[in-house]
Design a protein around this ligand. Structure first.
Ligand code: SF4
Length: 432
């Protein structure tokens, strides 16, 4: 048995970089340091649900085909389509994402990632109000007030608190004891149970609560006895605690990005962090879910100037979330072909979008059986980045990390698949 050290976990946006993998007969048979979710990803990379050959649907049944045939078929579908959609990208490396951008430009597709159904409102808010971010290392070493708003890392990012928010750091030698933890959540979640202060607001009242907190910060009175279901005294007490910070961090999740108000909630939350900087050092970090969802937004911005929902129909990038998002073009029945890479819209998109996916050719570049692959017409299995292929990923705080290859495989990587489809698409167009 071989031990591979300092492996980065390819599951959530925390990108833990201290995983040790036990490898036997070219298979990960165990891990040290990983949480239960990360461990499962490593040890269940193989198994009954894993695709090992490309599959094409013929007469309702999947038949095995070669990689060359699958690449040619995928290129043909994208070239033939009038409004191809290329969606996903959050569970693969930046290099494959960049190759995907080149392919989208070549076939004049709409390219979008899972942010359009998670932290898209955060990206829109960042356009309006900026991004006072810091690194998770600064949180570990400096933060004395930690706010989790609309997120439940206890279950969604299980090592986030232990490694960063509660950990012993340079200026926080006693770890959790040196920090005040505030959780804002309508539910008494397992994260909320660990908090010093739990602001248990009413559902969909995030905007009202942030607004009241900003009013208090600016020295105004709040005219009501309670806001968002929280007594005024408790809100005033929480704001006083925020003002007293030496270094404060606001982590926020989909509980606030997708409650009523969406990106306006994040606008005002960012402005609250800016207001807090009149009193103390304050920063924020979105709790990104998929391990490289942030990477796509970075790559997409370098390549096109926009972070997601980019439409190359005219040959130049155009960006208008609400019109050029995946759900927009699916539900409007604009998209006439779809390539899904490293994500599972079949499990997460609304019914009307799925109905459109069922009507059009769907290519799934995906290692495992998922609700998306079940409805796909063509499945191309890639090597799994971070286990079978290396590549770059961006942590939730924007720090890029190099993912390791732990075991060998004969499967093509996402990067190789994208490059080959691009090459073939160019050939097909040249021969027309
Ligand atoms: S917290 Fe996230 S990155 Fe860390 S081991 Fe668990 S799943 Fe992997």
């Amino acid at each position: 048995m071989e031990l591979v050290n300092n492996v980065i976990c390819p599951f959530c946006g925390t990108l833990c970089d201290d995983i040790v993998c036990k490898v036997e007969d070219n298979e990960v048979v165990g891990t040290f340091n990983a949480c239960i979710i990360g461990h499962s990803k490593f040890v269940h990379a193989e198994g009954a649900m894993r695709y090992t050959k490309p599959l094409l649907r013929k007469d309702g049944e999947f038949v095995e085909i070669s990689y060359d045939e699958a690449i040619e078929k995928a290129a043909q579908i994208l070239v033939d389509a009038q409004r191809p959609l290329m969606y996903g990208w959050s569970c693969t490396e930046c290099e494959a994402q960049a190759a995907g951008m080149a392919l989208a430009e070549d076939v004049r597709a709409i390219i979008d990632n899972t942010a359009s159904v998670c932290h898209g409102p955060s990206l829109l808010a960042v356009h309006d109000t900026g991004y006072p971010v810091c690194t998770l290392g600064e949180v570990k070493n400096r933060a004395d007030i930690v706010v989790y708003w609309g997120c439940n890392p206890f279950h969604a990012h299980p090592r986030h608190m232990a490694r960063h928010a509660f950990a012993r750091g340079f200026f926080r030698e006693r770890g959790r004891s040196d920090r005040t933890v505030i959780v804002v959540d309508p539910r008494k979640s397992d994260t909320a149970k660990l908090a010093d202060i739990h602001l248990q607001l009413d559902y969909n009242k995030d905007y009202e609560l942030v607004d009241a907190m900003r009013s208090i910060l600016m020295g105004h009175d709040v005219l009501y006895d309670e806001v968002a279901g929280i007594p005024k005294d408790q809100i005033v007490g929480a704001v006083e605690a925020l003002k007293e910070a030496q270094f404060g961090i606001l982590f926020f999740g989909m509980g606030i990005t997708h409650s009523l108000g969406k990106h306006r909630n994040i606008d005002t939350a960012i402005m609250m962090v800016q207001d807090l900087n009149n009193f103390a050092k304050w920063t924020l970090i979105p709790m990104r879910g998929h391990y490289n969802v942030n990477g796509f937004n970075q790559v997409c911005t370098w390549e096109s100037g926009y972070p997601f929902c980019v439409d190359y129909a005219t040959g130049t990038p155009r960006y208008n979330p609400g019109e050029t998002g995946s759900n927009d073009v699916l539900q409007n029945k604009e998209a006439d072909a779809m390539m899904v890479v490293a994500s599972d819209p079949g499990a997460h998109f609304p019914q009307r979008a799925l109905e459109r996916m069922a009507e059009i050719p769907v290519i799934a570049v995906e290692p495992h059986r998922t609700p998306t692959t079940v409805m796909a017409d063509l499945i191309i299995p890639p090597a799994i980045v971070g286990i079978e292929a290396e590549g770059t990923a961006y942590r939730m705080d924007g720090v890029p990390l190099k993912m390791k290859k732990v075991v060998k495989t004969d499967l093509l990587s996402d990067l190789e698949i994208m490059e080959k489809i691009l090459e073939k698409a160019k050939e097909i167009r040249a021969s027309k």
